[in-house]
Design a protein around this ligand. Structure first.
Ligand SMILES: Nc1nc2c(ncn2[C@@H]2O[C@H](COP(=O)(O)OP(=O)(O)OP(=O)(O)O)[C@@H](O)[C@H]2O)c(=O)[nH]1
Length: 309
């Protein structure tokens, strides 16, 4: 039986935070499945992926945005625009401030920008709580309170959370849901994201390709999917999904890093991403990966369009 809007809440929340604050990991923890790539290299989230949390009393739609930062490229400018558009559209903004790091100028800038979206309620999340002792957490919570006051924000709540240990993940869900309007569910039961499967698959490949590469490479990697089809000559109980994908780099000189000696690294990337894709989609996968060059794609409007930005 579907609930009436009086007893059901539904709406959008977005995580705001400087790069590496733990936004993607928390989105995955709340949704209960890996739908957003995470990486120890900052600035890896490029899409406003929505994760959908289904609860008996609410549907919480999470929008994961890239970290706001000083733009250096056309891609950087587009990412910042995307962030601000998202903030203006959601019902609640959750600012992620990792307890493991001191609050810095980056956080102050970001909270100042969030304060400009005056009408939207804001929650502060002290992320990565597992990395600090209680004394440090108490200090961090006081700093968050002061940070809000300085920016003219009254936090609806301040919640310590660890996405990796699960500590207070439910409480974060409760606090966000409290701030949603009453309404019918916006997505069918069971849907966990409205990103097309192809985008999720491309992101998983990009994540695998990012593992262990040199610092300058992450921003240079883009992944596109040429084809994604169930193989036709297979019996229904033994499906196989064929995926043909491209890893785009900016320069010829980067190819060796991604491909490795005699293709060893590329094979690792293929095996790792195939496992992740199979876990996500629940179907055995044949993955064909090609490495290509799109010269200086981050600063070239035509390439950006072609790569989906
Ligand atoms: N110990 C610990 N590590 C965490 C936690 N949450 C995230 N991390 C790690 O912190 C790093 C960054 O996490 P992400 O979730 O990718 O951060 P993000 O804010 O989405 O980063 P961008 O995409 O750069 O904006 C990863 O290595 C995570 O594994 C946590 O609760 N505890």
């Amino acid at each position: 039986m579907s609930s009436t809007p009086e007893e059901f809440k539904s709406g959008f929340a977005c995580f705001v935070g400087r790069p590496n604050a733990g936004k993607s990991t928390l989105t995955n923890a709340l949704v209960g499945k890996k739908i957003v790539i995470t990486s120890s290299k900052p600035q890896t989230t490029r899409h406003a992926v929505r994760g959908i949390v289904h609860r008996p009393d609410a549907q919480l739609i999470l929008v994961d945005t890239p970290g706001l930062h000083k733009p250096r490229t056309l891609l950087g400018e587009r990412l910042n625009d995307l962030v601000k558009t998202t903030w203006a559209e959601v019902d609640v903004i959750a600012v992620c401030l990792p307890a493991s790091d001191k609050i810095g100028p980056g956080d102050r800038f970001l909270v100042g920008e969030a304060a400009k979206v005056a009408k939207t309620p804001k929650v502060a999340l002290a992320t990565k709580a597992d990395l600090v002792e209680p004394d440090r957490m108490i200090e961090h919570l006081a700093e968050i309170q002061a940070l809000g006051e300085a920016a003219g924000i009254e936090w609806a709540s301040i919640v310590p959370v660890s996405a990796t240990s699960g500590f207070q993940v439910e409480l974060v869900s409760d606090e966000l849901v409290k701030l949603l309007p009453n309404g019918f569910p916006l997505y069918p039961d069971g849907d966990i994201t409205d990103e097309p499967e192809e985008t999720l698959v491309a992101e998983l490949i990009r994540e695998a390709a990012l593992e262990g590469v040199r610092d300058e490479l992450p921003h240079s990697i883009a992944v596109t999917i040429d084809e994604m089809n169930l193989r036709e000559d297979r019996p229904a109980d033994k499906p196989l999904l064929d995926i043909y994908a491209n890893i785009f780099l900016e320069r010829e000189s980067q190819k060796g890093i991604v491909i490795g000696h005699k293709g060893a690294r590329l094979r690792e990337v293929g095996a790792a991403s195939r496992r992740q894709i199979e876990a996500l989609l629940g179907t055995p996968v044949y993955l064909d990966l090609h490495v290509k060059i799109a010269k200086n794609w981050q600063t070239d409007a035509k390439h950006l369009r072609k790569l989906g930005f």
